[in-house]
Design a protein. Structure first.
Length: 252
């Protein structure tokens, strides 16, 4: 079981998303346990204050170290193991991706620290095993990144997704964007499902999906495409793509 402990000033932020869809399914199956911990509960201030002015001056407020240290110590006293990851959600962290999501899904305990205000006291970082960012932009706090990481990670836990779903077929798992999907009706507003998907020829369907995934990645995410290790079969699939010809000429 993956045990997730989220240290936050706003536990109510998570109540709705954790009670619907795949996250709820994972919890109901006993595959994931999520504990929300209010950092304010560990404040020694009578007003439950958790922030203060920064030393050296500057704008904004900084989260105090004591409530965060004590919240982490509370979690560690409960889990009684050194096999845990303590993650600080930070714009200075390593950029989150599908590989990190898969890695986290294999952990026993993950502790998320959701910062706020202008940041946290630097001494908190002595507790942290990982700093993770979900992108180069500023958010109000660490709650949105924590939610995104939890959602992405638990999809890799066996039994979370249904039998017809697979994280291995989704975008980014091979460094590729996902191929296009179609469902009924066969024709809608003059737009027709590709004939190959109606053919019943599984080999041709597989080749079609591979080609479309490669084409989409080349068109939409050349940064990902340039990191791919294309097979000879991949190159043959792409030779007819006009937007790819220049890339092919430059690379091979």
């Amino acid at each position: 079981m993956l045990n997730i402990h989220i240290l936050t000033l706003f536990p109510e932020f998570f109540e709705s998303p954790f009670n619907v869809s795949i996250i709820k399914r994972a919890c109901d199956k006993g595959l994931v346990d999520i504990e929300l911990i209010n950092i304010r509960d560990f404040s020694q201030d009578k007003h439950k204050k958790v922030d203060d002015y920064p030393y050296g001056g500057g704008c904004g407020m900084v989260m105090k170290p004591e409530p965060i240290f004590e919240a982490v110590e509370y979690v560690e006293s409960k889990i009684n193991t050194v096999n845990r990851r303590i993650i600080l959600l930070s714009p200075q962290g390593k950029l989150f991706d599908q590989s990190i999501a898969r890695n986290l899904s294999q952990e026993e305990h993950i502790v998320f620290i959701c910062g706020h205000y202008e940041g946290i006291d630097e001494r908190v970082k002595t507790l942290v095993t990982d700093e993770i960012s979900i992108g180069d932009y500023i958010l109000t706090g660490g709650e949105v990144p924590a939610l995104a990481i939890v959602d992405a990670a638990i999809r890799f836990i066996p039994g979370v997704l249904g039998s017809s779903e697979s994280p291995e077929d989704e975008s980014f798992c091979e460094g590729l964007l996902e191929y296009p999907h179609y469902t009924r009706p066969e024709i809608y507003k003059g737009l027709k499902v590709p004939d190959v998907l109606l053919s019943g020829n599984h080999k041709q369907i597989e080749l079609f999906r591979r080609r479309e995934a490669l084409k989409r990645t080349c068109e939409k995410r050349p940064d990902l495409f340039n990191r791919l290790k294309l097979t000879n079969d991949d190159i043959e699939l792409l030779k007819g793509a006009t937007y790819y010809k220049q890339e092919l000429k430059n690379t091979y």
